[in-house]
Design a protein around this ligand. Structure first.
Ligand SMILES: [Zn+2]
Length: 247
């Protein structure tokens, strides 16, 4: 006859709705995680994926955030001056689609979702510097993207070339996500693939060797160095005379 099992021990419980906000408010009042300029300490920049502004965080987000949060805390404990800003990936096709569907301006839809998600994110108690929160749709953020792109362009790391695009006769150029079964997602017109001039970026190791791009179809696209504009030598390596000298 089986012996009766002992009753399971009761685990201690606590009211998380009371304890968590109490300490989170204290950490915020003390500015515990704000990064301050201190050149005496070694710097560490912690950056985690910015969530898209869909309107709700879910457990999958925290799977990403938790590891970065643990690492940021570890670096602080090792004496680093850690900058750990939260942010939102707030440009995109879903905002445009939601705005068309609901008749809401994309800015309104996006900012309302950011407010809701920020509230959810803060309840997780991560070690973020919320004074440095960014949203990629705001001019204060994307003006620097544009500035960086200009620097890449000036130094030959961004260039224009012709490449195939998805073309709808009614809506123009479409992203891959806007093409369903070779048809436009809005008007279902057949999508063709003409070549079109567009911006591209070169890899950081491009400056030393000017290899020809198999995707380029424009005039001179494969015969000139992306960096210097010099005519590349024909042959297997298509080496630019100016850049190769610096190798
Ligand atoms: Zn269309």
């Amino acid at each position: 006859m089986a012996r009766p099992r002992p009753a399971p021990a009761r685990l201690p419980t606590f009211d998380h709705t009371e304890i968590e906000p109490k300490w989170q408010q204290r950490w915020e009042a003390d500015r515990l995680y704000d990064a301050e300029v201190d050149s005496a300490l070694p710097k560490h920049y912690a950056l985690v994926m910015f969530p898209y502004t869909s309107g709700d965080l879910h457990l999958g987000h925290w799977w990403n955030f938790a590891l970065a949060d643990v690492h940021a805390r570890y670096k602080r404990m090792r004496g680093f001056n850690v900058l750990f800003p939260p942010g939102f990936d707030a440009f995109g096709l879903p905002a445009e689609g939601a705005a068309i569907k609901s008749g809401t301006h994309p800015y309104t839809w996006t900012m309302e979702n950011i407010r809701r998600m920020e509230y959810q994110w803060r309840t997780m108690g991560g070690s973020y510097d919320w004074s440095r929160e960014v949203a990629t749709c705001l001019p204060e953020y994307y003006r620097w993207n544009q500035w960086l792109f200009l620097q890449f362009y000036k130094h030959g790391l961004a260039y224009r070339q012709k490449a195939p695009v998805n073309w709808c006769p009614n809506h123009g150029v479409l992203a891959n996500e806007q093409v369903h079964n070779y048809r436009c997602w809005r008007c279902e017109a057949a999508v063709s693939k003409p070549t079109w001039s567009s911006g591209s970026s070169a890899s950081p190791d491009t400056p030393t060797t000017c290899s020809t791009s198999p995707r380029s179809t424009g005039p001179n696209a494969s015969s000139r160095c992306r960096r210097t504009g010099s005519v590349a030598r024909k042959g297997s390596s298509s080496t630019c005379p100016s850049s190769a000298a610096k190798t």
